[in-house]
Write a protein of this length. Structure first.
Length: 242
């Protein structure tokens, strides 16, 4: 190999495999990271970078500093796309579990227990609210993710409600849905609260108990024994699963 001084080198090791391994190892040791690489790192430092880029642009001019342009491009092309993918996966996970629709938990400030699926969705919405707080410049774009989450939630709730209240029976090649009513729903706390909010509940309540017999009149116009109506929590769960 000919060098600039006219002298020839007998051997050259620049392209040898062990040389590339040693150089890569040395470069790896020299790199010191403040935090692991992640697109979400832009959230806590967004304001600081924006202020830093504006200070440089005011002193040198817009054409001399590309930090602000790079940050806006990064947020628009990489950050929002990653958020959309992650939120869709997290929303699907929060709504797909069977236990999330039958287990409830206590929420501070809420007088009644709430389904775990609702709590998971609320946590995702709070996460988006944190993004808006740190990056208010993109508030409208983040708000669109709220709509995305709520659309998935409404669809999942409608499907679960249909599974509980509708009975599907095939008629020929068509699957027909019929309303499925159960007198035992009255003992459910949430459903009972819903029934009591209906305008017709007052009329039903007046004829609920009869002094002449131990019969109970349900809001669905059927009559059953008081003791037959009250079921244990385990019986309700088993019947619902069937």
């Amino acid at each position: 190999e000919q060098e600039s001084g006219g002298q020839k080198k007998l051997f050259s090791f620049e392209n040898a495999s062990f040389v590339s391994y040693v150089s890569a190892s040395s470069r790896k040791k020299q790199i010191q990271l403040v935090c692991s690489p992640d697109v979400y790192n832009i959230v806590p430092i967004f304001h600081k970078i924006a202020i830093f880029s504006r200070e440089i642009e005011n002193q040198l001019g817009d054409d001399c500093c590309q930090i602000g342009t790079y940050m806006q491009t990064f947020v628009a092309e990489a950050f929002f796309e990653q958020i959309r993918i992650d939120l869709e996966n997290q929303t699907e996970k929060a709504l797909s579990g069977t236990e999330l629709w039958v287990t409830v938990c206590e929420v501070p400030g809420c007088p009644v227990k709430v389904l775990n699926s609702c709590v998971r969705i609320a946590e995702l919405c709070e996460q988006i609210n944190d993004y808006i707080t740190n990056m208010e410049l993109y508030a409208l774009r983040f708000a669109s993710f709220w709509i995305l989450i709520l659309e998935h939630f409404i669809k999942a709730v409608s499907e679960k409600y249909s599974q509980i209240t509708m009975l599907r029976q095939p008629q020929g090649n068509v699957l027909v849905e019929y309303p499925k009513l159960s007198a035992a729903w009255v003992v459910d706390e949430d459903i009972a609260r819903l029934l009591k909010s209906l305008p017709s509940w007052t009329a039903v309540q007046n004829s609920l108990f009869s002094s002449s017999s131990e019969q109970i009149s349900t809001p669905f116009g059927t009559s059953s024994s008081l003791f037959g109506l009250i079921e244990s929590e385990q019986e309700i769960r088993e019947r619902t699963q069937r």
